[in-house]
Design a protein around this ligand. Structure first.
Ligand SMILES: Cc1cc2nc3c(=O)[nH]c(=O)nc-3n(C[C@H](O)[C@H](O)[C@H](O)COP(=O)(O)OP(=O)(O)OC[C@H]3O[C@@H](n4cnc5c(N)ncnc54)[C@H](O)[C@@H]3O)c2cc1C
Length: 416
Protein backbone atom coordinates (compact mmCIF):
# COMPACT_ATOMS: atom_id res chain seq x y z
CA UNK A 1 0.00 0.00 0.00
CA UNK A 2 1.21 3.56 -0.70
CA UNK A 3 0.74 6.03 2.14
CA UNK A 4 1.05 9.72 1.16
CA UNK A 5 2.43 12.30 3.58
CA UNK A 6 4.10 15.71 3.52
CA UNK A 7 7.28 14.60 5.30
CA UNK A 8 8.82 11.25 6.20
CA UNK A 9 11.31 11.46 9.08
CA UNK A 10 13.70 8.50 9.23
CA UNK A 11 15.10 7.80 12.71
CA UNK A 12 13.44 7.92 16.12
CA UNK A 13 16.24 9.29 18.28
CA UNK A 14 16.05 12.71 19.93
CA UNK A 15 16.67 14.48 16.62
CA UNK A 16 14.06 12.57 14.61
CA UNK A 17 11.26 12.86 17.17
CA UNK A 18 12.21 16.53 17.63
CA UNK A 19 11.80 17.13 13.89
CA UNK A 20 8.49 15.24 13.83
CA UNK A 21 7.18 17.30 16.77
CA UNK A 22 8.28 20.62 15.32
CA UNK A 23 6.79 19.97 11.87
CA UNK A 24 3.56 18.53 13.27
CA UNK A 25 3.13 21.61 15.49
CA UNK A 26 3.43 23.75 12.35
CA UNK A 27 0.55 21.81 10.75
CA UNK A 28 2.70 19.61 8.49
CA UNK A 29 1.62 15.99 7.95
CA UNK A 30 4.45 13.76 9.24
CA UNK A 31 5.26 10.06 9.34
CA UNK A 32 8.27 8.94 11.44
CA UNK A 33 9.88 5.52 10.94
CA UNK A 34 12.35 4.06 13.47
CA UNK A 35 13.91 0.66 12.85
CA UNK A 36 14.00 -0.32 16.56
CA UNK A 37 12.20 1.19 19.53
CA UNK A 38 12.41 4.97 19.94
CA UNK A 39 15.79 6.03 21.34
CA UNK A 40 17.16 2.65 20.20
CA UNK A 41 20.26 4.34 18.73
CA UNK A 42 22.74 6.73 20.31
CA UNK A 43 20.16 8.76 22.22
CA UNK A 44 19.35 5.87 24.54
CA UNK A 45 23.05 5.10 24.92
CA UNK A 46 24.29 8.57 25.83
CA UNK A 47 25.57 9.78 29.16
CA UNK A 48 22.42 11.73 29.89
CA UNK A 49 24.11 15.00 30.80
CA UNK A 50 22.07 18.10 30.05
CA UNK A 51 25.01 20.33 29.26
CA UNK A 52 25.15 23.87 30.61
CA UNK A 53 27.73 24.61 27.92
CA UNK A 54 30.53 24.91 30.48
CA UNK A 55 32.25 21.82 29.04
CA UNK A 56 32.73 23.63 25.73
CA UNK A 57 32.88 27.28 26.83
CA UNK A 58 36.59 28.01 26.34
CA UNK A 59 36.96 26.02 23.09
CA UNK A 60 33.63 26.42 21.26
CA UNK A 61 31.69 29.52 22.26
CA UNK A 62 28.89 28.90 19.72
CA UNK A 63 28.39 25.32 20.82
CA UNK A 64 28.39 26.37 24.48
CA UNK A 65 25.90 29.19 23.81
CA UNK A 66 23.57 26.69 22.10
CA UNK A 67 23.83 24.34 25.09
CA UNK A 68 22.96 26.95 27.72
CA UNK A 69 20.07 28.27 25.61
CA UNK A 70 18.63 24.76 25.14
CA UNK A 71 19.35 23.83 28.76
CA UNK A 72 17.09 26.74 29.77
CA UNK A 73 14.39 25.83 27.25
CA UNK A 74 14.30 22.18 28.30
CA UNK A 75 14.03 23.15 31.97
CA UNK A 76 10.85 25.03 31.01
CA UNK A 77 9.23 22.30 28.90
CA UNK A 78 10.63 18.91 29.92
CA UNK A 79 9.90 18.66 33.69
CA UNK A 80 10.51 15.12 34.93
CA UNK A 81 12.44 14.16 31.80
CA UNK A 82 15.23 15.99 33.65
CA UNK A 83 16.70 16.07 37.15
CA UNK A 84 17.99 19.43 38.26
CA UNK A 85 21.18 18.50 40.06
CA UNK A 86 23.53 21.31 39.08
CA UNK A 87 27.10 20.39 38.24
CA UNK A 88 30.64 20.88 39.51
CA UNK A 89 33.81 21.21 37.45
CA UNK A 90 36.48 19.96 39.82
CA UNK A 91 40.17 20.76 39.82
CA UNK A 92 42.47 18.05 41.18
CA UNK A 93 46.23 18.34 41.83
CA UNK A 94 47.97 18.37 38.45
CA UNK A 95 44.97 19.86 36.62
CA UNK A 96 46.02 23.11 34.95
CA UNK A 97 44.75 26.11 37.00
CA UNK A 98 44.91 28.27 33.87
CA UNK A 99 42.43 25.92 32.19
CA UNK A 100 40.07 26.32 35.16
CA UNK A 101 40.40 30.12 34.93
CA UNK A 102 39.86 30.16 31.15
CA UNK A 103 36.69 28.05 31.49
CA UNK A 104 35.38 30.22 34.31
CA UNK A 105 35.97 33.42 32.32
CA UNK A 106 34.48 31.97 29.13
CA UNK A 107 31.37 30.85 31.04
CA UNK A 108 30.95 34.34 32.47
CA UNK A 109 31.34 35.87 28.99
CA UNK A 110 28.58 33.55 27.71
CA UNK A 111 26.21 34.23 30.60
CA UNK A 112 26.56 30.68 32.00
CA UNK A 113 26.11 31.06 35.77
CA UNK A 114 29.36 30.11 37.56
CA UNK A 115 30.10 29.99 41.26
CA UNK A 116 33.69 29.17 42.28
CA UNK A 117 34.12 27.43 45.64
CA UNK A 118 37.09 26.08 47.59
CA UNK A 119 37.65 22.33 47.84
CA UNK A 120 36.59 22.33 51.49
CA UNK A 121 33.37 24.26 50.77
CA UNK A 122 32.59 21.78 48.00
CA UNK A 123 33.20 18.82 50.33
CA UNK A 124 30.95 20.34 52.93
CA UNK A 125 28.16 20.32 50.33
CA UNK A 126 29.15 16.93 48.85
CA UNK A 127 31.04 14.77 51.39
CA UNK A 128 31.66 12.08 48.72
CA UNK A 129 34.17 14.35 46.95
CA UNK A 130 37.89 13.58 47.16
CA UNK A 131 39.84 15.53 49.83
CA UNK A 132 42.38 16.16 47.07
CA UNK A 133 40.02 18.49 45.21
CA UNK A 134 41.50 21.99 45.19
CA UNK A 135 38.53 24.02 43.96
CA UNK A 136 35.29 23.63 42.03
CA UNK A 137 33.09 25.72 39.80
CA UNK A 138 29.33 25.22 40.15
CA UNK A 139 27.43 25.41 36.82
CA UNK A 140 23.82 24.73 35.75
CA UNK A 141 24.43 21.22 34.37
CA UNK A 142 21.58 18.76 34.93
CA UNK A 143 20.64 15.16 34.26
CA UNK A 144 18.49 14.21 31.26
CA UNK A 145 16.59 10.93 31.04
CA UNK A 146 16.74 10.29 27.28
CA UNK A 147 13.99 7.64 27.15
CA UNK A 148 11.46 9.93 28.82
CA UNK A 149 12.50 12.92 26.72
CA UNK A 150 12.14 11.02 23.46
CA UNK A 151 8.86 9.34 24.40
CA UNK A 152 7.27 12.62 25.55
CA UNK A 153 8.47 14.41 22.40
CA UNK A 154 7.01 11.62 20.25
CA UNK A 155 3.71 11.85 22.11
CA UNK A 156 3.62 15.59 21.48
CA UNK A 157 4.21 14.95 17.77
CA UNK A 158 1.40 12.39 17.80
CA UNK A 159 -0.91 14.80 19.63
CA UNK A 160 -0.37 17.14 16.67
CA UNK A 161 -1.19 14.49 14.10
CA UNK A 162 2.14 12.75 13.38
CA UNK A 163 2.22 8.98 12.83
CA UNK A 164 5.08 7.41 14.82
CA UNK A 165 6.18 3.91 13.77
CA UNK A 166 8.66 1.77 15.70
CA UNK A 167 10.12 -1.51 14.41
CA UNK A 168 9.87 0.13 10.99
CA UNK A 169 13.23 0.07 9.17
CA UNK A 170 13.46 2.06 5.95
CA UNK A 171 14.94 -0.44 3.52
CA UNK A 172 14.87 1.46 0.24
CA UNK A 173 14.54 5.02 -1.02
CA UNK A 174 13.63 5.81 -4.59
CA UNK A 175 12.09 8.32 -6.95
CA UNK A 176 8.42 7.86 -7.57
CA UNK A 177 7.49 9.72 -10.73
CA UNK A 178 3.84 8.59 -10.67
CA UNK A 179 3.00 9.71 -7.21
CA UNK A 180 5.48 12.52 -6.65
CA UNK A 181 4.46 16.10 -6.08
CA UNK A 182 4.25 18.39 -9.10
CA UNK A 183 7.62 19.27 -10.51
CA UNK A 184 9.33 16.11 -9.29
CA UNK A 185 12.23 14.87 -11.39
CA UNK A 186 14.04 11.57 -11.65
CA UNK A 187 16.40 12.81 -8.95
CA UNK A 188 13.54 13.47 -6.59
CA UNK A 189 13.44 10.99 -3.73
CA UNK A 190 9.83 10.69 -2.71
CA UNK A 191 9.16 7.13 -1.70
CA UNK A 192 10.47 4.85 0.99
CA UNK A 193 9.93 1.16 1.46
CA UNK A 194 9.47 0.30 5.08
CA UNK A 195 9.61 -3.16 6.60
CA UNK A 196 8.78 -4.49 10.05
CA UNK A 197 5.43 -3.48 11.47
CA UNK A 198 4.59 -1.03 8.67
CA UNK A 199 5.39 -2.94 5.46
CA UNK A 200 4.21 -0.07 3.24
CA UNK A 201 5.55 2.47 0.82
CA UNK A 202 5.51 5.99 2.18
CA UNK A 203 5.24 8.62 -0.54
CA UNK A 204 6.44 11.94 0.84
CA UNK A 205 7.01 15.43 -0.54
CA UNK A 206 10.14 15.62 1.57
CA UNK A 207 12.29 13.08 3.42
CA UNK A 208 14.44 13.89 6.46
CA UNK A 209 17.37 11.62 7.24
CA UNK A 210 17.73 11.83 11.05
CA UNK A 211 19.52 8.52 11.49
CA UNK A 212 22.52 9.86 13.43
CA UNK A 213 25.57 7.63 13.15
CA UNK A 214 23.68 5.65 10.47
CA UNK A 215 23.11 8.72 8.26
CA UNK A 216 25.66 7.47 5.71
CA UNK A 217 23.87 4.13 5.29
CA UNK A 218 20.50 5.86 5.04
CA UNK A 219 21.74 8.40 2.47
CA UNK A 220 23.28 5.57 0.45
CA UNK A 221 19.76 4.13 -0.01
CA UNK A 222 19.04 7.33 -1.97
CA UNK A 223 22.33 7.11 -3.87
CA UNK A 224 23.88 9.93 -1.82
CA UNK A 225 27.48 9.82 -0.63
CA UNK A 226 27.60 10.99 3.00
CA UNK A 227 30.48 9.93 5.18
CA UNK A 228 30.07 9.87 8.95
CA UNK A 229 33.02 9.51 11.35
CA UNK A 230 31.42 7.88 14.40
CA UNK A 231 33.28 7.37 17.67
CA UNK A 232 32.36 4.90 20.39
CA UNK A 233 32.08 5.64 24.08
CA UNK A 234 31.54 3.42 27.11
CA UNK A 235 29.37 4.17 30.13
CA UNK A 236 29.38 2.30 33.44
CA UNK A 237 26.56 2.54 35.99
CA UNK A 238 27.36 1.71 39.62
CA UNK A 239 25.33 1.97 42.81
CA UNK A 240 25.00 5.50 44.17
CA UNK A 241 24.99 6.33 47.85
CA UNK A 242 24.01 9.97 47.97
CA UNK A 243 25.84 11.83 45.20
CA UNK A 244 23.34 14.26 43.68
CA UNK A 245 25.46 16.62 41.55
CA UNK A 246 26.91 16.11 38.06
CA UNK A 247 30.72 16.07 38.23
CA UNK A 248 33.09 17.03 35.41
CA UNK A 249 36.85 16.92 35.77
CA UNK A 250 38.14 20.38 34.92
CA UNK A 251 40.78 19.53 32.34
CA UNK A 252 40.90 19.17 28.56
CA UNK A 253 38.13 16.63 27.76
CA UNK A 254 39.53 13.14 28.34
CA UNK A 255 38.41 9.60 29.18
CA UNK A 256 36.44 9.08 32.38
CA UNK A 257 35.86 12.67 33.33
CA UNK A 258 32.07 12.83 33.87
CA UNK A 259 29.86 11.43 36.65
CA UNK A 260 26.08 11.68 36.14
CA UNK A 261 23.99 10.89 39.23
CA UNK A 262 20.61 9.15 39.12
CA UNK A 263 18.75 8.50 42.36
CA UNK A 264 20.15 5.02 43.00
CA UNK A 265 23.03 4.80 40.54
CA UNK A 266 25.72 7.02 39.02
CA UNK A 267 26.70 6.75 35.36
CA UNK A 268 30.44 7.07 34.76
CA UNK A 269 31.98 7.87 31.39
CA UNK A 270 33.21 8.08 28.80
CA UNK A 271 35.66 7.41 25.96
CA UNK A 272 35.93 8.46 22.31
CA UNK A 273 37.49 6.04 19.80
CA UNK A 274 36.79 6.05 16.05
CA UNK A 275 34.79 3.09 14.70
CA UNK A 276 34.13 1.97 11.12
CA UNK A 277 30.72 0.42 11.68
CA UNK A 278 28.22 1.91 14.19
CA UNK A 279 26.62 -1.54 14.68
CA UNK A 280 29.74 -3.69 15.12
CA UNK A 281 32.75 -2.41 17.01
CA UNK A 282 35.14 -3.64 19.70
CA UNK A 283 33.99 -3.13 23.30
CA UNK A 284 37.13 -3.74 25.37
CA UNK A 285 36.59 -4.76 29.01
CA UNK A 286 39.56 -2.71 30.21
CA UNK A 287 37.71 0.49 29.23
CA UNK A 288 35.14 -0.33 31.91
CA UNK A 289 37.75 -0.62 34.67
CA UNK A 290 39.38 2.57 33.46
CA UNK A 291 36.10 4.51 33.78
CA UNK A 292 35.81 3.47 37.41
CA UNK A 293 39.48 4.24 38.16
CA UNK A 294 39.35 7.68 36.50
CA UNK A 295 36.10 8.75 38.13
CA UNK A 296 37.32 7.48 41.52
CA UNK A 297 39.85 10.32 41.44
CA UNK A 298 36.88 12.66 41.97
CA UNK A 299 34.83 10.31 44.22
CA UNK A 300 37.13 7.84 46.04
CA UNK A 301 34.21 5.62 47.18
CA UNK A 302 33.78 4.53 43.56
CA UNK A 303 37.11 2.70 43.68
CA UNK A 304 36.65 -1.04 43.19
CA UNK A 305 32.87 -0.82 42.66
CA UNK A 306 31.22 -3.58 40.62
CA UNK A 307 29.39 -2.27 37.54
CA UNK A 308 25.61 -2.57 37.83
CA UNK A 309 25.26 -1.96 34.08
CA UNK A 310 27.58 -1.09 31.19
CA UNK A 311 26.67 0.13 27.74
CA UNK A 312 28.27 1.63 24.66
CA UNK A 313 27.12 4.33 22.26
CA UNK A 314 28.42 5.84 19.00
CA UNK A 315 28.60 9.59 18.42
CA UNK A 316 27.03 10.76 15.14
CA UNK A 317 30.10 12.81 14.20
CA UNK A 318 30.46 14.37 10.80
CA UNK A 319 33.60 15.71 9.20
CA UNK A 320 32.77 19.25 8.03
CA UNK A 321 35.64 19.23 5.54
CA UNK A 322 33.64 16.61 3.63
CA UNK A 323 30.46 18.69 3.78
CA UNK A 324 30.62 20.30 0.35
CA UNK A 325 28.07 22.67 -1.15
CA UNK A 326 24.71 22.84 0.55
CA UNK A 327 26.01 22.02 4.02
CA UNK A 328 24.98 24.61 6.55
CA UNK A 329 26.93 24.51 9.78
CA UNK A 330 24.30 25.72 12.20
CA UNK A 331 27.05 25.61 14.80
CA UNK A 332 30.39 23.81 14.74
CA UNK A 333 28.43 21.05 16.34
CA UNK A 334 25.74 20.03 13.86
CA UNK A 335 25.13 20.22 10.15
CA UNK A 336 22.06 20.45 8.03
CA UNK A 337 22.94 18.86 4.70
CA UNK A 338 20.67 20.16 1.98
CA UNK A 339 20.92 17.17 -0.33
CA UNK A 340 19.11 19.12 -3.06
CA UNK A 341 21.94 21.64 -3.25
CA UNK A 342 24.75 19.29 -2.26
CA UNK A 343 23.84 16.17 -4.25
CA UNK A 344 21.17 17.27 -6.75
CA UNK A 345 18.76 14.97 -4.94
CA UNK A 346 15.51 16.82 -4.48
CA UNK A 347 13.19 16.30 -1.57
CA UNK A 348 15.91 15.00 0.76
CA UNK A 349 17.63 16.59 3.79
CA UNK A 350 20.08 15.07 6.27
CA UNK A 351 20.78 16.33 9.78
CA UNK A 352 24.00 15.12 11.36
CA UNK A 353 26.07 15.70 14.50
CA UNK A 354 24.79 17.52 17.55
CA UNK A 355 23.97 16.51 21.09
CA UNK A 356 21.02 15.31 23.08
CA UNK A 357 21.08 18.73 24.79
CA UNK A 358 20.68 20.61 21.49
CA UNK A 359 18.23 18.24 19.73
CA UNK A 360 15.32 20.72 19.84
CA UNK A 361 17.36 23.45 18.19
CA UNK A 362 18.57 21.00 15.52
CA UNK A 363 14.96 20.02 14.87
CA UNK A 364 13.95 23.67 14.57
CA UNK A 365 16.65 24.26 11.94
CA UNK A 366 15.45 21.26 9.95
CA UNK A 367 11.79 22.22 10.24
CA UNK A 368 12.56 25.79 9.10
CA UNK A 369 14.36 24.38 6.06
CA UNK A 370 11.68 21.83 5.18
CA UNK A 371 8.87 24.38 5.61
CA UNK A 372 10.69 26.75 3.27
CA UNK A 373 10.95 23.95 0.69
CA UNK A 374 7.28 23.01 1.10
CA UNK A 375 6.07 26.62 1.10
CA UNK A 376 4.69 26.33 4.63
CA UNK A 377 4.61 29.63 6.50
CA UNK A 378 4.48 28.71 10.19
CA UNK A 379 6.77 29.52 13.11
CA UNK A 380 8.43 27.08 15.49
CA UNK A 381 6.45 26.58 18.72
CA UNK A 382 8.42 23.79 20.37
CA UNK A 383 10.18 25.99 22.92
CA UNK A 384 6.94 27.38 24.32
CA UNK A 385 4.84 24.29 24.97
CA UNK A 386 5.55 21.81 27.78
CA UNK A 387 5.87 18.17 26.77
CA UNK A 388 2.98 15.83 27.54
CA UNK A 389 3.42 14.12 30.91
CA UNK A 390 6.23 16.50 31.87
CA UNK A 391 4.89 16.80 35.43
CA UNK A 392 4.18 13.12 36.06
CA UNK A 393 6.97 10.50 36.00
CA UNK A 394 4.43 7.65 35.91
CA UNK A 395 2.85 9.06 32.73
CA UNK A 396 6.28 9.53 31.19
CA UNK A 397 7.32 5.98 31.97
CA UNK A 398 4.06 4.68 30.49
CA UNK A 399 4.93 6.58 27.28
CA UNK A 400 8.42 5.06 27.38
CA UNK A 401 6.84 1.60 27.43
CA UNK A 402 4.28 2.46 24.75
CA UNK A 403 6.95 3.70 22.31
CA UNK A 404 9.37 0.91 23.26
CA UNK A 405 11.79 3.69 24.23
CA UNK A 406 13.38 1.98 27.24
CA UNK A 407 17.15 2.23 26.94
CA UNK A 408 20.35 1.52 28.86
CA UNK A 409 20.96 5.20 29.62
CA UNK A 410 18.15 5.39 32.20
CA UNK A 411 16.83 1.84 32.70
CA UNK A 412 17.30 2.17 36.47
CA UNK A 413 14.95 5.18 36.43
CA UNK A 414 12.20 4.18 33.98
CA UNK A 415 12.25 0.46 34.74
CA UNK A 416 11.66 -0.16 30.99
C1 LIG B 1 29.07 7.85 24.53
C2 LIG B 1 28.18 9.03 24.26
C3 LIG B 1 27.80 9.88 25.28
C4 LIG B 1 27.02 11.00 25.01
N1 LIG B 1 26.63 11.79 26.04
C5 LIG B 1 25.89 12.88 25.80
C6 LIG B 1 25.48 13.70 26.88
O1 LIG B 1 25.74 13.40 28.04
N2 LIG B 1 24.75 14.81 26.61
C7 LIG B 1 24.43 15.16 25.32
O2 LIG B 1 23.79 16.19 25.16
N3 LIG B 1 24.78 14.38 24.27
C8 LIG B 1 25.49 13.25 24.49
N4 LIG B 1 25.87 12.44 23.46
C9 LIG B 1 25.47 12.80 22.10
C10 LIG B 1 24.01 12.44 21.86
O3 LIG B 1 23.69 11.25 22.49
C11 LIG B 1 23.72 12.29 20.39
O4 LIG B 1 24.25 13.37 19.66
C12 LIG B 1 22.21 12.25 20.11
O5 LIG B 1 21.57 11.39 21.00
C13 LIG B 1 21.97 11.80 18.70
O6 LIG B 1 20.59 11.69 18.47
P1 LIG B 1 20.07 11.35 17.04
O7 LIG B 1 18.60 11.31 17.11
O8 LIG B 1 20.68 12.28 16.04
O9 LIG B 1 20.68 9.90 16.72
P2 LIG B 1 20.16 8.49 17.27
O10 LIG B 1 19.68 8.57 18.65
O11 LIG B 1 21.24 7.50 16.97
O12 LIG B 1 18.90 8.20 16.35
C14 LIG B 1 19.01 7.72 15.04
C15 LIG B 1 18.00 6.62 14.89
O13 LIG B 1 17.92 6.22 13.52
C16 LIG B 1 17.57 4.85 13.50
N5 LIG B 1 17.81 4.31 12.18
C17 LIG B 1 19.01 4.08 11.57
N6 LIG B 1 18.83 3.60 10.33
C18 LIG B 1 17.49 3.51 10.14
C19 LIG B 1 16.67 3.08 9.05
N7 LIG B 1 17.21 2.62 7.90
N8 LIG B 1 15.33 3.12 9.18
C20 LIG B 1 14.76 3.58 10.32
N9 LIG B 1 15.50 3.99 11.39
C21 LIG B 1 16.84 3.97 11.30
C22 LIG B 1 18.42 4.26 14.61
O14 LIG B 1 17.90 3.03 15.08
C23 LIG B 1 18.38 5.36 15.66
O15 LIG B 1 17.40 5.13 16.65
C24 LIG B 1 26.61 11.28 23.69
C25 LIG B 1 26.95 10.40 22.67
C26 LIG B 1 27.72 9.27 22.95
C27 LIG B 1 28.06 8.32 21.88
Amino acid sequence: MSVPTDVLVIGGGATGVGVARDLAMRGVDVVLAERDGLSGGTTGRSHGLLHSGARYAEADADGAAACIAENRVLREIAGDCLRDTGGYFVQLPGDDPDYFAAKRDACRDLGIEVDVRSGSAAREAIPELSPEIERVMRVPDAVAYPSRLVAATAQSARDHGAAIHTDAPVTDLHGDADTAADGATDETITAASIGGTVDDRIVADHIVNATGAWAGECAALAGIDLKMSPTRGVMVAVENEGLDTVLNRCREPADGDIVVPHENQVVLGTTSVAVDDPDEYPQPERAIERMIDECAAMVPALDGREPARTYWGVRPLYDPTAAGEGARAISRDFFLLDNEERDDTEGFTSIVGGKLTTHRRMAEAVADHVCERLGVDAACRTADNPLPGHDDPAVLDELVREFDAGSPADRDVTGA
